[in-house]
Design a protein around this ligand. Structure first.
Ligand code: G3H
Length: 222
């Protein structure tokens, strides 16, 4: 991942599911090419293959289970997701929390399969703990701000700044992203001014009247 980075988590909004997952991927692709900023699509597992067939965007999974091939009904196996087209995955999103041992296992699998790992954390302490596992990226998101439209980079700048400081002091190669409520160019600029390498976001773009315009606005002040 080059900086600055925009990771768009599609979650399970209807506006980003099925055929709309593709439309959103097209918006991301044009916004990425017009702005020169790295943009990553994070569709639901069922939409990964169709998005990967139609775009050349980097695609992450929303979640990978810590399992090996075999009897695990209803789980997301890393091998299948890679075959479907992912080049990385979110891990431990606040809406799909994992045990520390499983986070460590999935980061290791990502390393083994040479895909990128972006571990979501809820505060500075968790960010420090996860940094010790050497993922490619840590994305700090105060859960109470997720989906509110109140940007973490402006409402809680200290959590971004201190996470950057602590994580980089453990391993300066780890990218630090922030998320929750990020929507506008000002929100992203404040995140970058606080030392973040990029943002992880969802509703502000997915629910915008024109997601492409919203994406271009997001990166307009960099
Ligand atoms: O994965 C994305 C984050 O949970 C942020 O969501 P949000 O942009 O809707 O607040």
């Amino acid at each position: 991942m080059d900086t600055p980075i925009v990771i768009l988590n599609y979650k399970t909004y209807l506006e980003s599911s099925g055929i709309k997952a593709l439309e959103l991927a097209n918006d991301l692709e044009s916004a990425a090419s017009e702005s020169g900023i790295t943009m990553v699509a994070v569709p639901q597992a069922a939409d990964i293959y169709r998005v990967s067939q139609e775009t050349s965007l980097p695609i992450f999974a929303q979640h990978v289970d810590s399992i090996s091939p075999g009897g695990h009904t209803g789980s997301n196996l890393i091998n299948t997701l890679i075959d479907a087209g992912i080049s990385g995955t979110l891990i431990n999103h606040s809406e799909n929390r994992m045990k520390l041992a499983d986070i460590a296992e999935v980061i290791k699998s990502c390393r083994d399969y040479e895909i990128e790992s972006c571990v979501c954390t809820n505060n500075i302490e968790t960010s420090k703990a996860v940094a010790a596992l050497n993922p490619v990226a840590v994305a700090v998101e105060p859960p109470e701000l997720i989906g509110t439209g109140i940007p973490v980079s402006q409402a809680q700048p200290e959590i971004v700044e201190d996470t950057v400081k602590e994580v980089k002091s453990i391993n300066k190669k780890i990218k630090v992203l922030c998320g929750a409520g990020i929507t506008t160019g000002d929100d992203m600029k404040s995140a970058m001014d606080l030392g973040a390498d990029g943002v992880l976001l969802a509703s502000g773009i997915i629910k915008a009247e024109s997601p492409k315009d919203a994406l271009l606005d997001l990166v307009s002040k960099l």
